[in-house]
Design a protein around this ligand. Structure first.
Ligand code: AMP
Ligand code: MG
Length: 412
């Protein structure tokens, strides 16, 4: 595989980095039984075969009258006698003869000798008699046994993502628990001598560790088991110990900071020693330095320190990797809209600007970048509602040009 970018041989394009990640990360195939409600958002690890018919009985799709199709008139009117009623959960018991009908509600069992329902809006009722016109279809408004799910039918295949409709579907089969893939375990820590935790007073030169909270939020939305290891100082021995501890208990380790080439950036050398690591310079802004590799069986991502770079690299590289490991099959939600502003852009790298999508008076959606775009301006992620993706070959953008956007809704 050619993994270099033509203009900068040592740099990967975003697409090359993503491809390499996707061909490397494993799918975690360890399963567990969970109660139906707990299976929401999980990947099914078994085929589900229906043991009952849904619906389990022939029933009415309308409120009206159950009749025999032989009694439908070919022309003119027909009058039938109402001999009883069938409500949902309270079936009519008895025989229906020619010239007779049964009052019936939606979902109620169709009396055995009837096969057709006349909508109540289409009859005139007088005492215990209804009259309706010709033009009704035999067997209309009847839901048949097993029409939704039939006995013996494979209703859901393994690897299916369980969402609200699947929960309902499984409930309609009376399934109390299902086998699903176990949750991923993701450990993370921040590195940096300048970082303090919330609650500690800040000394000169110190900042609060925000990345751990952003990472917590992004991971919590993916419903993984989170192992928060706190702040680790820029001390090779401490970082080494933290990585070994994390590799022991997690499927994935994420770190932030310490992956550049500064003097206190130790992640690179420690990792090369502990495991297999690809140190990448990616032709991306923000988020150029990214470490990717593994320690024993644990996948490792060393994210940059700058808060926006953390979020960009998480959503572009880590989240797709975690999805793959969990067994999710995702479709990227990227579309094109017109730019409201001109944008300066160098070719040769992909830029992820934070954009604001808005609907114009003509109904079209357009986008403009947030005012400040520095990789330390976390506010831009909050003010924006999408990434604007300006690809490698893209140069300056003029007003009205088409640009790619990836909405935060659904991504975050
Ligand atoms: P580094 O990659 O360690 O050189 O960090 C790059 C920039 O990101 C520096 O300005 C750091 O202070 C900042 N930074 C690193 N880690 C964090 C963090 N956990 N929270 C907020 N800012 C951070
Ligand atoms: Mg640092």
């Amino acid at each position: 595989m050619n993994i270099s970018n033509n203009s900068h041989p040592s740099m990967l394009t975003v697409e090359q980095a993503l491809l390499q990640i996707k061909t490397t990360v494993p799918i975690i195939e360890i399963n567990e039984k969970v109660a139906l409600r707990q299976s929401l958002g999980r990947i099914l690890a078994e085929d589900i075969t229906s043991t009952i018919n849904v619906p389990p009985h022939r029933n009415s799709a309308m409120d009206g009258y159950a009749v025999k199709s032989q009694d439908l008139p070919t022309e003119g009117n027909q009058t039938l006698k109402i001999i009883g009623s069938s409500f949902a959960g309270q079936p009519f018991v008895g025989q229906v003869n020619s010239g007779e009908c049964v009052r019936i509600m939606t979902g109620a069992v169709l009396p055995i000798d009837t096969d057709t329902v006349i909508m109540q809006e289409q009859v005139t009722r007088e005492n215990d008699q209804i009259t309706f016109k010709a033009g009704q279809q035999a067997k209309q408004h009847v839901r048949n046994i097993g029409e939704d799910l039939a006995v013996g039918q494979v209703v859901l295949k393994r690897d299916h993502l369980l969402l609200p409709p699947e929960l309902g579907l499984l409930a309609s089969l009376g399934v109390p628990e299902v086998l699903v893939r176990r949750k991923l375990r993701v450990a993370f820590f921040s590195t940096g001598d300048e970082l303090r935790s919330i609650g500690d007073p800040l000394q000169e030169g110190e900042i609060y560790d925000s990345n751990r909270y952003t990472l917590y939020g992004m991971l919590a939305r993916l419903d993984v088991n989170i192992i928060d290891m706190g702040v680790i100082r820029d001390d090779p021995a401490a970082i080494r110990q933290a990585l070994l501890t994390a590799a022991d208990c997690a499927d994935v380790i994420l770190t932030s900071g310490g992956v550049s080439v500064g003097e206190a950036d130790y992640i690179k050398e420690i990792l090369s020693d502990l495991g297999q690591v690809h140190f990448w310079k990616i032709a991306i802004k923000p988020g150029k330095p990214l470490a990717f590799g593994k320690i024993n069986h644990t996948t490792f991502f060393g994210l940059p320190g700058n808060p926006v770079a953390v979020m960009v690299t998480f959503y572009q590289f880590v989240q797709p990797a975690l999805h793959q490991m969990m067994g999710y099959k995702t479709i990227p939600n990227i579309w094109k809209v017109r730019s409201l502003t001109q944008i300066k852009k160098k070719t040769g790298r992909t830029e992820f600007l934070r954009g604001i999508l808005s609907q114009q008076t003509d109904g079209e959606w357009s986008v403009q970048p947030t005012k400040q775009q520095g990789s330390h301006i976390l506010r831009s992620m909050s003010e924006g509602n999408c990434f604007m993706i300006l690809r490698t070959e893209q140069g300056n953008v003029a007003v009205g040009d088409w640009v790619e956007v990836q909405p935060f809704a659904g991504l975050m």
